[in-house]
Design a protein around this ligand. Structure first.
Ligand code: CMC
Length: 385
């Protein structure tokens, strides 16, 4: 029998058919349901994009207004969830709190999470409530009560208010809207894949999103922008940037915010966020982050030929919006939840259990040794198995 080939990281494996999102990694194009991300980032709002990803078409004015009202009506935290969150340790990571809260909601709101088309209700609920959860997690750890809701705000304005604690300017709201649009979906990225795997077992929507939050948390996926800001703070000033980056590369460290599994040219989201980083820097008379990032970008490109990904400039945008570093990845989740849930709904609609195989490399015919006759051996691997 021919030995099957192993595709580590599933790079060249096509694991699903999907109409939601298309990436052309060679051309640097990202398309949601047929629409180029550059058009959506320039002309639409997060609510419009959410409608597009869930229903497969852009909404009419009436459909958009209905969706916006529904989202606004679903922002409150249930009291039992609030109580649980209040008692979590103040040093808990916001992503861990978010994962726990989504899992808790599944118990409190079982009707919203049933597998099947009715779980669109759960998709709306999660999209509306995630920013409230993230904001409450941040407030509780600082010994503060959650911020009261502000009626009449768009989703982006409400997110900007909840995460920064202040009223956002028009430019800030637009920057937030664009950032939310850019992060809403990205084909079969690791967290979306994990959501689809969970859904493919006929598990419920909230469980699928819980899996996805846990997957997004890793620094190779959602956690990179926070680390970009940490790197910029460590570098400090522009005159130190070149040496600092070269030293990191000499130590074979990965520079966060660069490289991508799919894009072989610049990530189109990075192009858009670079411009927003500049615009917000100018508005705030604070070009420090933008200038440093431009320098880091040029050194990394010169040294490694790597292009920026979405995470390079997003951290500077969020920092200029007044959002703390460790809320960046939760904020990513608050946007990507639309993509996760759209993919889960697509999976429910054409369900096939996702269950790949592994190439077994261990022994197959060992003789069982009774426990008293066993001799302790050096473990073959440092990881207990
Ligand atoms: N810094 C330095 N070297 C890098 C980087 C980087 N950021 N990214 C890739 N490389 C090098 C890597 O060391 C390897 O070199 P060599 O062949 O000499 O060993 C080569 O490029 C190929 O790397 P790879 O890990 O095989 O490529 P991949 O497709 O598995 O990696 C990646 C994709 C995103 C994991 C990787 O580029 C990386 O670790 N980037 C930094 C983390 C980051 O910014 N993550 C956010 C990704 S975008 C968000 C999203 O869409 O989810």
């Amino acid at each position: 029998m021919a030995t099957p080939t192993v595709d580590r990281g599933l790079e060249d494996v096509v694991a699903a058919e999907s109409k939601i999102c298309f990436i052309d990694g060679k051309e640097g194009r990202l398309v949601y349901e047929g629409y180029d991300i550059r058009d959506l980032a320039e002309k639409s709002t997060f609510e419009e994009v959410a409608y597009l990803l869930w229903y497969g078409q852009l909404p009419t004015r009436g459909q958009l207004s209905d969706l916006s009202k529904r989202l606004e009506s679903l922002r409150s935290l249930p009291v039992p969830l609030r109580d649980v969150m209040e008692h979590l340790p103040p040093n808990a990571q916001p992503m861990d709190v978010l994962r726990t809260a989504v899992s808790g909601l599944a118990i409190l709101e079982p009707a919203e999470t049933k597998p099947g088309p009715s779980s669109i209700g759960g998709a709306l609920r999660l999209t509306a409530v995630l920013p409230s959860i993230i904001s409450a997690a941040d407030r509780f750890r600082r010994g503060l009560e959650p911020l009261p809701e502000r009626p009449g705000l768009s989703h982006a304005a409400h997110v900007a208010y909840l995460l920064s604690g202040k009223t956002a300017t028009e430019l800030d709201v637009r920057a937030m809207d664009v950032a939310l649009i850019l992060h809403a979906d990205h084909e079969l990225n690791a967290s979306t894949f994990s959501a689809r795997v969970t859904a493919s077992t006929l598990s419920d929507l909230y469980s699928a999103v819980t899996s996805a939050v846990g997957t997004l948390k890793g620094p190779l996926h959602g956690g990179a922008n926070e680390r970009v800001m940490a790197m910029l703070r460590e570098i400090g000033t522009i005159d130190r940037a070149e040496v600092a980056v070269r030293e990191k590369l000499a130590r074979h460290e990965r520079i966060m915010g660069f490289g991508h599994r799919v894009y072989k040219v610049e990530d189109p989201r990075a192009t858009i966020l670079r411009e927003w980083s500049r615009r917000l820097g100018e508005e705030n008379h604070d070009m420090r982050w933008y200038d440093l990032l431009r320098k880091v970008e040029s050194v990394v490109h010169q040294e490694k030929g790597l292009y920026p990904n979405v995470d390079l400039y997003s951290g500077s945008v969020y920092t200029l919006l007044g959002i703390p570093d460790d809320l960046f990845t939760p904020l990513f989740a608050a946007s990507r939840v639309v993509g996760w849930t759209a993919h889960v709904l697509e999976e429910y609609n054409d369900l096939r259990l996702i269950r790949p195989t592994a190439l077994y490399t261990g022994p197959t015919r060992l003789t069982y040794v009774p426990i008293d006759e066993r001799v302790a051996a050096e473990p073959a691997s440092a990881v207990p198995r």
